[in-house]
Design a binder for this molecule. Structure first.
Ligand code: 13P
Ligand code: SF4
Length: 330
């Protein structure tokens, strides 16, 4: 398959022998090529299980920064693989399907964001990691949902801040820190889909169920949540807490790890507002499959690349996040 075709459709579409044991072959190719497989909690269980590291955005960027592998295969979405490339420019970074984007990252086009921040000259610019390299390059520091609160609080209270691109996370951080950060009007189409009415309806059948919510959710969902946190924070909470049932208001892929840590507990995915769709699942994360991962490793394509001058500018705020996180023991 030629490179132009791969760029056009976003992945390697070569036929695969149906008698191949894909899991065995992926592990063989991984060893042969000295590759590491990083997977986000939102991908399908069989991909989480084949990865060397499965985690939240922070853990995966920490792994990408320190790996000794020659090839990084990122089973996640484009901004995650791009962050890995920014941190490890001499490594080959592969993404099984280049169509795996992110609605939140797309909600902040670089030209419009640059115009926006130009109206706030004395502000520090803090951006969520769910952004393109061009937005990271316009940032003073990057955060993930695991460290956003602490990083915002690391700035003096009187320091004006712009926070982007997620208004829900920004509002949540404002509410727990008392800051009045100026927010960019962006959001994730998956996390905005959870229905507080449906969550409350489930609670009538399971009165003891606890609600776990990611801070990318809208305020009414966060208000009814027993615990708000990043994917790893929700996972830890579900393992330590003593309830028997949880309603999970984040992408349902995380439930695979929750069940692994707590096989006797019940996890109910929070339903979407539109009961006719599966829009509480991230369609971008779900583009990753065992077949695409196999072809991606075999042909070492598609590769995530970026302009070196942009990479250098985008690296600084990510390194700053990693340094602060290390100091905080995150
Ligand atoms: P975390 O895993 O960092 O909580 O992020 C969630 C997310 O939406 C990633 O796209
Ligand atoms: Fe982006 Fe939302 Fe998917 Fe996360 S769940 S990758 S924020 S679209």
């Amino acid at each position: 398959m030629n490179i132009d075709k791969i760029k056009e459709i976003g992945f390697v579409d070569e036929p695969i022998d149906k008698f191949l044991d894909l899991k065995v072959e992926i592990l063989r190719l991984k060893k042969e090529k000295n590759a590491v497989i990083l997977a986000h909690f939102y991908v399908v269980p069989e991909l989480q299980d084949i990865a060397d590291f499965v985690g939240d955005s922070l853990k995966l960027s920490q792994e990408a920064a320190k790996t000794k592998a020659d090839v990084i295969v990122f089973i996640g979405v484009h901004f995650m693989a791009e962050t890995a490339k920014i941190l490890s420019p001499h490594k080959k970074v592969l993404l099984p399907d280049l169509n795996a984007g992110c609605s939140l990252a797309e909600s902040a086009p670089a030209d419009k964001f640059a115009e926006f921040i130009s109206h706030y000259p004395n502000h520090v610019v803090i951006n969520y990691v769910n952004t393109t390299a061009a937005i990271k390059a316009l940032s003073d520091v990057v955060v993930t949902s695991t460290n956003a609160k602490q990083i915002v609080e690391s700035f003096p209270e009187n320091q004006p801040i712009i926070f982007g691109p997620d208004k829900n996370l920004g509002n949540y951080i404002n509410s727990v820190t008392g800051r009045k950060m100026v927010l960019w009007d962006g959001a994730c189409h998956v996390h905005e889909e959870f229905s507080v009415e449906e969550i409350l309806r489930i609670k009538q059948d399971y009165p003891d169920a606890k609600v776990l919510a990611h801070p990318e959710c809208e305020k009414p969902v966060l208000i009814v949540a027993d615990h708000v946190g990043s994917t790893s924070a929700l996972l830890k909470y579900s393992a330590k807490d003593d309830a028997k049932t949880y309603i999970v208001a984040t992408e349902s892929g995380i439930i695979h790890q929750m069940k692994k840590l707590s096989p006797d507990k019940e996890f109910i995915p929070a339903p979407p507002k539109d009961s006719t769709c599966a829009c509480n699942d991230c369609n971008f994360m779900k583009l990753n499959s065992l077949e695409k991962l196999y072809n991606c490793l075999k042909y070492e394509m598609p590769e995530v690349t970026l302009d070196e001058s942009l990479r250098i500018k985008a690296e600084k705020p990510i390194r700053k996040m990693l340094e602060i996180s290390e100091k905080l023991g995150l």
